[in-house]
Write a protein that binds this ligand. Sequence first.
Ligand SMILES: [Zn+2]
Length: 286
Amino acid sequence: MVGPEAERSARVAVSGGAARAGSRGLGICRRVTGVRWDADPVNRPDVLLQIPTELQPFLSPRQRGLPVNVPADGDSTLGHIVESAGPPLPEVGRLLVDGREVQPGYRPVGGEVVDVFPIARPQAVPEFETRTPRFLLDVHLGALARRMRLVGIDTAYHNDCDDPTLVVQANAERRVLLTQDRGLLRRKNLWFGAYVYGIRADVQLDDLLRRFALTLAPWTRCTACNGELRAATREEVEPEVKPGTLDAVESFARCRECARVYWHGAHGGHLDEIVEAAQRVVASVR
Ligand SMILES: [Zn+2]
């Protein structure tokens, strides 16, 4: 709708407030009697979000598979609008508005078509471009924490930590906060967070290894406390290890933090399988 009819609709909207002028879908912005056309929320067209497959799980079931229409109020940033639809910003990569790349701080006026991309993989972590990043896990991710430590990734974890405390520790120690809590990822003061995909710990670890292209150092960390292990002599650990184990194992290690004794038996079984699976994933993404 352009020309006199649009002009008339604008006057109705400006003077009548709640009167619907039937101009939804109109993509113009013009001044009418000193009032911005796009200042009228009634007549503002929706923003249309095109959400990729990777981010569809963050949508409500009825929204999946379809473009998402979101009202534009002229004040909200695109980042806020996308998060309101479901996907937390740490999982969102590029944003294209009508084909043009914008930042999350862009403020839609209504009528835009937005292509939302998932985060690019492998994902670089600021300050950790040349070394493996450190992590902090949310309270429900204990099984994943033990696996990450087993393959040598620096992983802080407590099973009794509230959200503000997690954010403070992640920021202070520059640890990537891993969680399945979208609300936690939306905290504005969190320096860097990532969503953990998958229900089982093996799936979760697989996804993280691919996402951050991590370097592994298996059998170098305490799975109980994340402390680094040091070599320990047979004589040193003798009082703490059963005689049968002492005879069967060649090398021992001790946690520098909690003093637990570790050894790698000839048949590591399940733990060996976890390490070998992780090594295969890392090799496949390099
Ligand atoms: Zn320890």
